[in-house]
Design a protein around this ligand. Structure first.
Ligand SMILES: Cc1cc2nc3c(=O)[nH]c(=O)nc-3n(C[C@H](O)[C@H](O)[C@H](O)COP(=O)(O)O)c2cc1C
Length: 211
């Protein structure tokens, strides 16, 4: 059944590639997160998704003092970086969030980025969590916190979380995996995300979303 779905998935959506916003939360000097994001970007592109990468360091994303929707419906006076990037958040059909674990929680640069945009930009779409740490638990405590955050944003995460323990040994600098678990872990999560994103996109297009 699922194989049949895979064969037919090109025809499942009412049109176009699925748009995925890949978000990396880490800005730390010497960050491991970029390796993970590079790997995930390749996995998403292999599935023929249209990928936009939100990388706070490269974007020079500021510490926000006001989310973009607090500037009113016209976004009057809002910093250009918020207005321009709100479009990508709104346009996405799904989100892949790559997160480290800081003090058993979500790194502040990630919540700073997520909080900059309104729930309405994220809602009625799925997210997939990719968490990592240098220890044995693979960032799972941050993943649990992200479950709550994505629930509130309206892009609740799919059940399969891709957790990466000892991230420093899992990838080279270009994001090439050093063991087979990375491929299978990404696949399990992305299979669910693709299914949910396709179903939700079709339903949004058919009936819209509650106002
Ligand atoms: C402020 C801070 C807090 C951390 N807290 C945790 C933690 O609670 N659990 C854990 O497994 N690792 C923790 N670590 C270690 C991270 O897993 C490790 O540094 C990882 O590489 C962070 O991701 P990054 O390299 O992309 O910044 C912490 C690191 C920092 C900088």
């Amino acid at each position: 059944m699922y194989r049949q779905y895979l064969r037919e998935r090109e025809n499942m959506s009412s049109g176009g590639k699925l748009k995925v916003l890949l978000i990396l939360g880490s800005i730390r000097d010497g960050r491991q997160g970029l390796r993970v994001a590079k790997f995930m970007r390749r996995k998403l592109e292999e599935r023929n998704f249209d990928v936009k990468f939100f990388y706070p360091v490269e974007m020079k994303f500021p510490l926000i003092t006001q989310p973009v929707h607090f500037y009113g419906p016209e976004r009057k006076g809002a910093p250009a970086i918020l207005v321009e990037n709100e479009k990508f958040v709104k346009d996405a059909d799904a989100y892949v969030i790559v997160s480290a674990e800081y003090n058993h929680n979500v790194p502040p640069a990630l919540t700073n980025l997520l909080d900059a945009f309104p729930c309405s930009a994220y809602s009625y779409k799925p997210s997939g969590l990719v968490c990592y740490s240098m220890g044995q638990f693979g960032g799972m405590r941050a993943a649990m916190a992200l479950r709550a955050i994505t629930g509130e944003l309206g892009c609740l995460s799919v059940s399969n979380i891709f957790g990466i323990p000892t991230v420093q040994n899992a990838f080279d600098e270009e994001g090439n995996p050093k063991n087979d678990h990375m491929e299978s872990g990404a696949k399990k999560m992305l299979d669910q995300l693709e299914w949910m994103a396709t179903a939700m996109k079709n339903h949004r297009e058919k009936v819209g979303v509650p106002s």
